[in-house]
Design a protein around this ligand. Structure first.
Ligand code: GLU
Length: 500
C-alpha cells in the first residue's frame, strides 16, 4: 500500500455505542495497525437534536476497554484537529459557500412544516419521500419571496440523469442513478452541517485514505462521491463492512439481548474475548480458525478477507469464547479479574473485603467452569448459571432437602449415610483431598452404597447444589468446621422432612 494509511472511526454521540459501532472501530484500528498507518477518532456531533450527554465518554471508554488506542482525536489531539465536528462549523460553511458560488448548491426556503406536509402527501401516494425541488431553479429573491421561512437551508443540486459509480473494496463496482437521489441538505437551518457535508469535508481535510464503515452507509456514498466531484477532491477508498445480525438473521437489536459494548464488560466478559469475537463479525482468516490474539489479528487483518454477507452475533458463541479465555489464563490473573465482580455481586451479608487468602483457594476450583466473571457472584448474570461461588462464602445454604436424596436410596438411608460420614469426617486426621477421598470411598463400600450416591448426598450437603466443583477439593477448601456444620444441617433437614 504505497500511500500513508489514515483511517477514522467517526461515531455520532447519540447513544451508548453498541457492538456494531465498536466492530467498525476495531476494523479501522486493525487496518491502521496492520499497515503501520494512523487511527483517528472523530466525533460527529452535528446533530444537535440527537446529542446525548455522556455518549462521547461512553464511546471513548469502549475503545479504552478494548485497548484500541487512537493516534489523533479527543484527548490526544493531533495536527488535523479539532476532532469534534461541532468545533469546525466555519470550515463547513466555507465549503458550502464554494458550492453555492459555483451553482452546485442552493438556498431552500421551504419550512419544516411544508416539507412535512409534502412527505405526508408522498406517503399517501406511496411515493418515496423526496424534496420536490421547489427552490432549486428559482433565483435567490424568488425563492425567498415564495418560501415560508426566513432561515434557509443549503441543498446540494444533484445532477440529473447520470450514473454515480464508485468502487467498494468489498463489493466491487457499485452504482446508483442520480435521479433516485434527493437534493439533500448540506447546511441545516441551525447553521450546523449535515452528516454528508461534514463527513466529506473532514475525510478530505484529515487526509483519510480509506473509509471503513458499516454497510448501512452504502446508500450515502453516491452523495459523497458527487460532493467530492463537485469540490474537485479525490475521494478515499471505500470499504463497507457487512451488517451484524442476530441469530434469527434480523438486524441486531435490543430484541436479541444486550447490544451495548459496555454492558458486556459489566456482565463479566473479558476484553480480549470480546476483541477476538468482534473481529470475526465480518472478517475471517479461513474457515476454521476462531481464536486470535490481538497480535494475530493485527498480523492477518486485510480488507480482502472482509466478507459481504451479514455476520451473526451470537451471545452463546461469545460466552463460549469468553470461557476459553478464562480457562486459559493463569489463576493469579483470573483472581484479579474476578475479585471486583465478587466484591460487588455476592450477597451483602457476606463480609467485605473478602478474605484474599480464602478467595485464592476457592477460585482455582471454579475457573475451569466459569464462562463469565459475573456468574461467580451474581444470579442474574446473562450466562444464567450464577452464582457459582456463593456457597463458599455463605454460612447458611438454601436448598430443597429432597435434593440430598440420591437416586435409588431412601431418605432414611441417606440420613444414615450422612450421619456416619459426619462422624468419620470429624475424626479424620488431616482434612485434605487425598485423605477425604480414601475415607469416603472406603465408607461407600462399607455402607454398601454406590460412591455416586454417597458423594452426591455429600455434595448437596456441603454446597447446596447438585453440580459443583470436584467434591474433595471443595471440602478441603471449605474446611472441616464448615463441612461438619453443613452436613449436620442436611441431616436435620432430612429428618424434619420425614416427620412432615
Ligand atoms: N457518524 C457516522 C456514524 O455515526 C459515521 C459514518 C461514517 O463512518 O461515515 O456512524
Amino acid at each position: 500500500m504505497p500511500e500513508q494509511v489514515r483511517v477514522r472511526y467517526a461515531p455520532s454521540p447519540t447513544g451508548i455505542p453498541h457492538v456494531g459501532n465498536i466492530r467498525t472501530a476495531l476494523f479501522n484500528w486493525l487496518f491502521a495497525r496492520h499497515h503501520g498507518g494512523r487511527f483517528i477518532v472523530r466525533i460527529e456531533d452535528t446533530d444537535q437534536s440527537r446529542r446525548m450527554d455522556g455518549a462521547t465518554e461512553a464511546i471513548l471508554e469502549s475503545l479504552r476497554w478494548l485497548e484500541l488506542d487512537w493516534d489523533e482525536g479527543p484527548e490526544v489531539g493531533g495536527e488535523f484537529g479539532p476532532y469534534f465536528q461541532s468545533e469546525r462549523l466555519d470550515i463547513y460553511h466555507q465549503y458550502a459557500e464554494k458550492l453555492l458560488g459555483q451553482g452546485d448548491a442552493y438556498h431552500c426556503y421551504c419550512s419544516p412544516a411544508r416539507l412535512d406536509e409534502m412527505r405526508k402527501e408522498q406517503a399517501r401516494k406511496k411515493l418515496p419521500p423526496k424534496y420536490d425541488k421547489r427552490c432549486r431553479d428559482l433565483s435567490e429573491e424568488d425563492a425567498r419571496a415564495g418560501g415560508d421561512t426566513d432561515v434557509p437551508v443549503v441543498r446540494f443540486r444533484i445532477p440529473p440523469d447520470i450514473r454515480v459509480s464508485f468502487n467498494d473494496q468489498v463489493r466491487g463496482e457499485v452504482s446508483f442513478e442520480s435521479n433516485v437521489l434527493d437534493d439533500f441538505v448540506l447546511i441545516k437551518a441551525d447553521g450546523f452541517p449535515t452528516y454528508h457535508l461534514a463527513n466529506v469535508v473532514d475525510d478530505h481535510l484529515m487526509e483519510i485514505s480509506h473509509v471503513l464503515r458499516a454497510e448501512e452507509w452504502l446508500s450515502s456514498t453516491p452523495r459523497h462521491v458527487l460532493l467530492y466531484d463537485a469540490l474537485d477532491l479525490k475521494p478515499p477508498h471505500f470499504v463497507h463492512l457487512p451488517m451484524i445480525l442476530g441469530p434469527d438473521r434480523a438486524k441486531l437489536s435490543k430484541r436479541h439481548g444486550a447490544t451495548s459494548l459496555l454492558e458486556y464488560r459489566d456482565q463479566g466478559f473479558l476484553p480480549q474475548a470480546m476483541l477476538n469475537y468482534l473481529a470475526l463479525m465480518g472478517w475471517a482468516l479461513d474457515d476454521r480458525t476462531e481464536l486470535f490474539t490481538r497480535q494475530d489479528l493485527v498480523r492477518h487483518f486485510t480488507v480482502e478477507r472482509v466478507g459481504k454477507t451479514g455476520a451473526i452475533f451470537d451471545v452463546d458463541k461469545l460466552t463460549w469464547m469468553n470461557g476459553v479465555y478464562i480457562r486459559e489464563m493463569p489463576s493469579e490473573e483470573f483472581i484479579q479479574w474476578v475479585l471486583p465482580f465478587m466484591e460487588k455481586d455476592l450477597p451483602p451479608h457476606i463480609p467485605r473485603p473478602l478474605d484474599r487468602e480464602y478467595v485464592a483457594r476457592v477460585l482455582p476450583l471454579l475457573q475451569e467452569r466459569t464462562k463469565s466473571l459475573k456468574e461467580l457472584g451474581d444470579r442474574s448474570s446473562i450466562t444464567g448459571d450464577g452464582p457459582l461461588a456463593d456457597f463458599f462464602f455463605q454460612e447458611e445454604l438454601e436448598y430443597d432437602p429432597g435434593s440430598l436424596v440420591p437416586k435409588k436410596l431412601s431418605p432414611e438411608d441417606t440420613a444414615k449415610a450422612l450421619t456416619i460420614a459426619r462422624e468419620r469426617l470429624e475424626g479424620l486426621g488431616s482434612f485434605d483431598r487425598e485423605a477425604l477421598e480414601v475415607l469416603l470411598r472406603d465408607l461407600a463400600k462399607e455402607l454398601g452404597v454406590k460412591t455416586g450416591q454417597l458423594f452426591g448426598a455429600l455434595r448437596v450437603a456441603v454446597t447446596g447444589r447438585t453440580a459443583a466443583p470436584p467434591l474433595f477439593e471443595t471440602m478441603e477448601v471449605l474446611g472441616r468446621d464448615r463441612c461438619l456444620k453443613r452436613i449436620a444441617r442436611a441431616i436435620a433437614g432430612l429428618e424434619a422432612r420425614q416427620q412432615n
